[in-house]
Every structure is written in structure tokens, then in C-alpha cells.
Design a protein around this ligand. Structure first.
Ligand code: GDP
Ligand code: MG
Length: 176
């Protein structure tokens, strides 16, 4: 059987660890400094629940409150990973702005999304509690995972979560 193609966008404020999460997942290493302006697409083949996937991960350069999304972001993707850093309240605000814009643009009721709180290894600098993250994800009816790209904690879980969300929404995609 041919593998299922899945295209996923990584979005979020700058410096939250979008690139680090992808590189940890695809290459199994933590890079300490990765050019923040690079917009790369990474491909990984994985097997999950006896299905073979070709996962394309699109690493965006990051968004802020003023970002206007290119229209292609609304069509091309099966799912979205929205990343904030647990050490940054600003990045938590930005993820909510991104969500609102995304829903406006896509015009669907249900979009497969995983909300990710990254940098859990920096627990002394934590600004956003696990509960706050969970509550936001519940409001969105999205999955929620806290990760550390640095320590490779829950990174695989997070990418599995977005594939499951996409699988769940397959077949009953509702239009507004
Ligand atoms: P991006 O701009 O969202 O792509 O963020 P990067 O992946 O470039 O990471 C921004 C900075 O945060 C870099 O210095 C990374 O090394 C660091 N970083 C990323 N993930 C983690 C993490 O889980 N823990 C810690 N301590 N640092 C991280
Ligand atoms: Mg980056």
C-alpha cells in the first residue's frame, strides 16, 4: 500500500523551538542554534497504527501579532502544530492570535491542531502552567502536549498526536 501523505505546518512565535522540535524528530539531535529565518520542509516516513505515513513538516519562520498569513497556509495543510514556550507569556498570547487567524482563514469548524508547550526542561523559568495549556487546548478541542526538544521528551508523542488528530477529522470535515 502506498504511504499516506501528510503535510503539517509548525507555527508559533519566534524562538519557541519550532525548528528544534522538527530537527529532534527528523534527525534525532538537538541543535543549539539554527538560523531562525530558514523556512524548510522536512520529510520523514513513519509507521503508526499499522499505517505508513510520509510526513512533510513545514517549518515556518514564525509569526507575531501582525503576521498576515499567506493564503496557501489555508489550503495546503492537513494539520497544524501551534507551539509556544512555557517560559514565555508572549508566545502563549501569540499562539491564540495565530489560532484565531487560522480559523478565520480556513473557514472550517474543525481543523486538526496540536497545541505544544515546549522547553519543559526550563522549569525554573516556567510562566505558563500545564493547566493553562490544557485549558486552552480544551477550548479549541485540540490535543495538547508539553515537550522538551532539548531532552527529547514527548517529541515523538507530539508528532503522533497531530497524525491522530488528522486521522480523527478525516471523513467528517465540516464546512462553516
Ligand atoms: P524557532 O524560532 O521557534 O524555530 O526556535 P528554535 O528551534 O530556533 O529555538 C530557539 C532557541 O531555543 C534555540 O536557542 C534553541 O536551542 C532553544 N530551544 C529550543 N527548544 C528548546 C528546549 O526544549 N529547551 C531548551 N532549554 N531550549 C530550547
Ligand atoms: Mg526556526
Amino acid at each position: 500500500m502506498p504511504s499516506k501523505q501528510r503535510k503539517i505546518a509548525m507555527m508559533g512565535y519566534r524562538s519557541v523551538g519550532k525548528s528544534s522540535l522538527i530537527i529532534q524528530f527528523v534527525e534525532g539531535q538537538f541543535v543549539d542554534s539554527y538560523d531562525p529565518t530558514i523556512e524548510n520542509t522536512f520529510t520523514k516516513f513513519i509507521r503508526l497504527n499499522s499505517t505508513e505515513y510520509e510526513v512533510k513538516l513545514v517549518d515556518t519562520a514564525g509569526q507575531d501579532e501582525y503576521s498576515i498569513f499567506p493564503l496557501q497556509y489555508s489550503m495546503d495543510f492537513h494539520g497544524y502544530v501551534l507551539v509556544y514556550s512555557i517560559t514565555s507569556s508572549k508566545s502563549f498570547q501569540i499562539v491564540q492570535i495565530i489560532y484565531d487567524k487560522l480559523l478565520d482563514m480556513i473557514g472550517k469548524i474543525h481543523v486538526p491542531i496540536v497545541l505544544v508547550g515546549n522547553k519543559t526542561d526550563l522549569h525554573l523559568e516556567r510562566k505558563i502552567s500545564t493547566e493553562e495549556g490544557k485549558r486552552l487546548a480544551e477550548k479549541w478541542k485540540a490535543a495538547f502536549v508539553e515537550t522538551s526538544a532539548k531532552r527529547n521528551e514527548s517529541v515523538t508523542d507530539m508528532f503522533h498526536a497531530i497524525l491522530s488528530e488528522i486521522e480523527r477529522s478525516d471523513g467528517h470535515i465540516q464546512e462553516k
